[in-house]
Design a protein around this ligand. Structure first.
Ligand SMILES: [Zn+2]
Length: 872
């Protein structure tokens, strides 16, 4: 699974700092900030509980379920035939997970007839007393008639999986015009038991037969293959889907809706299809681009041919997470819905490769317990890198590696071990340790082992545990069998221990004896790591690759000068170390690092960010000059983002013409956009024509950057342009900038604009709109418009079905009060003070309402926490 980027709980101050520091709409950064969870103190310390692997008293064999749906009540009528056998010990009872259901009857199929069984239903479990004792040689078939009521129970969830209803009814009451009617499921972690009585644990697998009765106008999708369809007289139809290999319970899925099915080229005779809303059918092959080639590459690199009969991807509305790797049928959120123009600015290929790699790691072999989740998520995260390295080369893969490493390093969970037997809630496992740190560790492991050994180890692990659960130890054993080496040292420090190494590297050049002394200190708490790595020693343009094996707290290396040339050291050139490396390098040596890193994007970025504000230094200027000419867009954009901060005109003049050139001519959208932002921030009036021209760029990102830049010169014209653009349905970054400018200007008449847009916006777009609306409310003069805007905000919170989004929108609402508190401090008249006070009160009342109406406990406590901070 891949989560959405906005967590359920947000650090208020991160959000706030973003808002307050952005006086104009120039930077989108405030919306891209990844928001951390705030720590909520736990009751009864659940961290004391050892999270064991679920005991197998019974083993599922087949789950045959027939479902029909009540759209109005959001319930499903189910009949299930469940085949299973005792796992080992003799037993005369069965306990099934069956959350928020009404159970009508339970029977067992005996030799000649069905027998009704006694049962009790409580605590979301169905306790069945069997007619006799059964041994593990026996197979039984139970029949259960039930009603699934996923909307009647209390929903939990995490930031990765925002809710856990298991079965979702989207607009099935047709309440929102123009919104599709859909029904879909989300099983992970243990939510499929909200619509299917089962043993809802990751170490259970079952073959499935799903019979879905739907209106004939709907399309359905499930695991495996569509066996046949049966039409009935009343305009209904039953689709029978069969998955004939046993899959883990949480990966069972179905989707119902009006979809266009867009076929891509088959892979080895296996169909590859995209299920999308008809409006996105023309773009589906771009949205999911390279899927068939990815299947081929992953089959090759794992040595295991794609294990399922087909691969389908479906995009649904109001999805509660990012995407989910249901076996042979991945389900994705509507952020995937983009036209070709939008896809050029930002695509979601990493999401596609992530979910696809799960078809091997997660689906073919499944983590046996949530403690071992990294066996699914680290591989899926690393799969993104593997695909990039194969298809786009090292720079693209390393950029992702660098981003993932920093996503992990900036997370609040750095002290958590990868494999964790103590956690508060199983949903907590879906964090940056299981994903990003896990992926980075696999990159290290891969590097140490070499390509062939890494591939062979994946193959052995997958083949040995095919269609079975596994734990982390079994991954280590596969590696040991392949390499003939003991890997406990690696697993002990990376899989079973939290935290990471922090290396301080110091360079001392002694020109008298012509020698460089390098000291490497491990400064982290809690013992030393064993850190083998590749390090480069450069003499001018000569580069030697050497091995460093850091094991002690302090290690010293000596490198004599060569032919009078000072050596420059680039540590860990393969970027294996999952931790922090700090070097006290002089600018001139960072320049040498940059020059010696032609194929290494990470060391070039490190050299660039070493510059900080020291633009006067000759070596630093040379780094920027080189970076602006670099072949890679990420280096150019990093350089531009550093120039962006320059305020002194003598420094601006040095790079002015290069920036103008890039704004107009660079082939990459991100580079043109970055250069335009710099021109805007530097208020380069002679570049106005170029900026105007860029408003018509084919890239929304570039057009948005141009609009933002123009806003730095001429707010009136930009505002008028923005209003005109709004009528032409702008998208992507352009749309976000348009709303930013409308929010910033806060014209009295514009409150209805927001009101009109709310029903059509969803997900991150809606959060962006909330951010602009917060700007609007913080700046608008007319009290009537303020009240109207506040009502729109209230309605936005109320109408948002997804907890994480509702939480973010509500938080933006509360920030309006903070901004008026700030204004009040600086107010110059009594009338202003009175206005600001009344607005703070109005937001306070709206917040109280929001807390009162909030059904989700997590979101409620987020609102309460912020209420306390702001109003008490
Ligand atoms: Zn995943």
């Amino acid at each position: 699974m891949k989560g959405n980027s906005i967590g359920r709980q947000v650090i208020f101050f991160v959000l706030l700092a973003g808002i307050i520091s952005s006086c104009g709409p120039s930077r989108r950064a405030k919306k891209r900030v990844e928001l951390d969870a705030i720590t909520v103190s736990a009751k009864n310390n659940p961290l004391d509980i050892y999270r064991e692997t679920s005991t197998k008293s019974w083993e599922l064999v087949n789950s045959h379920v027939a479902l029909s749906f009540n759209y109005k009540d959001k319930t499903a009528e189910g009949r299930e035939w469940i085949t299973m056998h005792p796992y080992f010990y003799v037993t005369d009872s069965v306990v099934l997970d069956a959350k928020t259901m009404k159970i009508d009857s339970v029977k067992i199929k005996a030799v000649t007839e069905s027998k009704t069984l006694a049962y009790s239903y409580h605590d979301d479990q169905l306790h069945i007393k069997l007619d006799k004792k059964y041994t593990n040689g026996d197979t039984i078939k139970l029949y259960i008639k039930y009603t699934a009521m996923p909307y009647s129970g209390k929903a939990g969830g995490s930031s990765a999986i925002a809710e856990d209803k298991g079965l979702y009814f989207i607009n099935t009451d047709n309440a929102v015009p123009n919104k599709p009617v859909q029904v879909w499921t989300q099983g992970e972690t243990e939510s499929n038991s909200r619509w299917l009585p089962t043993i809802d644990k990751p170490n259970q697998r079952t073959t499935t037969r799903l019979e879905l009765t739907v209106a004939d106008s709907f399309t359905t999708l499930s695991n495996g293959y569509l066996d046949h369809q049966v039409k009935s007289v009343n305009g209904m139809r039953t689709d029978i889907w069969i998955m004939d290999k046993p899959i883990q319970v949480y990966a069972i899925m179905f989707t119902i809706g009006k979809f266009s099915i867009v076929p891509d080229k088959d892979w080895n005779g296996k169909p590859v299809n995209y299920y999308v809303e008809p409006a996105y059918a023309p773009y589906a092959k771009t949205m999911f681009k390279h899927t068939p080639d990815m299947i081929g590459y992953f089959s090759e690199v794992t040595g295991v041919s794609y294990p399922w009969n087909k691969y389908s991807q479906v995009v649904v509305r109001d999805y509660v997470s990012g995407a989910m790797e249901n076996t042979s049928a991945t389900l994705l959120g509507e952020f995937l819905n983009q036209n070709d123009r939008e896809n050029k600015d930002e695509d979601f290929e990493d999401v596609v490769s992530h979910e696809l790699f799960h078809q091997w790691f997660g689906d073919y072999v499944t983590a046996e317990s949530w403690s071992n989740l990294t066996l699914n998520e680290s591989f899926a995260t690393y799969g993104e890198q593997l695909w990039r390295r194969h298809h786009y080369g090292n720079a693209s893969a390393d950029l992702l590696l660098w981003k993932d490493l920093h996503t992990y390093l900036s997370s609040a969970q750095v002290n958590q071990p990868l494999v964790r037997f103590h956690y508060r809630d199983r949903e907590d496992m879906f964090d940056r340790v299981s994903y990003q740190k896990g992926g980075a560790i696999l990159h290290y492991l891969h590097g140490l082992m070499g390509d062939e050994a890494f591939s062979k180890s994946m193959q052995l692990y997958l083949q040995k545990h095919a269609l079975h659960p596994a734990e982390a130890t079994q991954w280590r054993l596969a590696i040991e069998e392949v390499t003939g080496q003991d890997w406990n040292w690696f697993f002990n420090q990376w899989y079973y221990k939290g935290g990471h190494p922090k290396l301080d590297i110091k360079y001392r050049y002694d020109d008298d004896i012509k020698q460089l002394t390098v000291t490497v200190a491990q400064t982290q708490d809690g013992g030393n790591y064993k850190l083998p790595m590749k390090t480069a020693v450069c003499y001018g343009t000569d580069k030697e690759l050497i091995d460093w094996n850091i094991t002690d707290k302090n290690t010293t290396f000596f490198y004599p000068y060569k032919d009078g040339k000072r050596p420059v050291v680039i540590p860990d050139v393969r970027h294996w170390v999952v931790g922090e490396i700090n070097e006290d390098k002089a600018p001139v040596d960072w320049l040498a690092t940059f020059k010696n890193s032609s194929d290494d994007i990470i060391d070039k970025i490190k050299s660039l960010i070493s510059i900080d504000k020291k633009y006067d230094d000759t070596a630093n200027r040379a780094i920027i000059d080189l970076a602006l000419q670099d072949k890679d867009y990420a280096i150019k954009t990093t350089a531009l983002s550093m120039l962006d901060k320059i305020t002194a005109s003598q420094h601006q003049n040095k790079w002015m013409s290069t920036v103008e050139y890039l704004a107009e001519n660079d082939g990459n959208n991100k580079v043109r956009a970055g250069a335009l932002e710099v021109l805007g921030d530097w208020k380069v009036s002679k570049a106005k024509d170029k900026i105007y021209a860029a408003l018509n760029d084919s890239s929304y990102l570039v057009a948005g950057a141009a609009l933002g830049a123009l806003n730095e010169f001429d707010k009136d014209t930009t505002y008028k342009l923005s209003k005109a653009m709004l009528a032409n349905d702008p998208k992507g970054e352009l749309e976000a900038t348009v709303w930013d400018i409308i929010g910033e200007r806060a014209k009295d008449d514009d409150a209805p604009l927001f009101e009109k847009r709310v029903p059509y916006y969803y997900g991150n777009k809606k959060i962006q709109l909330a951010s602009s609306l917060a700007d609007y409310l913080a700046n608008v003069i007319s009290s009537k418009s303020f009240d109207r805007g506040l009502d729109v905000f209230r309605a936005m919170v109320k109408g948002e079905p997804i907890n994480s989004y509702r939480s973010s929108i509500g938080t933006y609402l509360i920030t309006v009060a903070v901004r008026y508190k700030d204004k009040k401090k600086k107010a110059r008249t009594n009338a202003d003070v009175a206005t600001y006070e009344s607005r703070i009160d109005a937001v306070k009342t709206a917040t109280e309402e929001m807390i009162k109406n909030e059904a989700d406990e997590g979101t409620k406590s987020t609102f309460r926490n912020y209420y306390k901070i702001v109003f008490e």
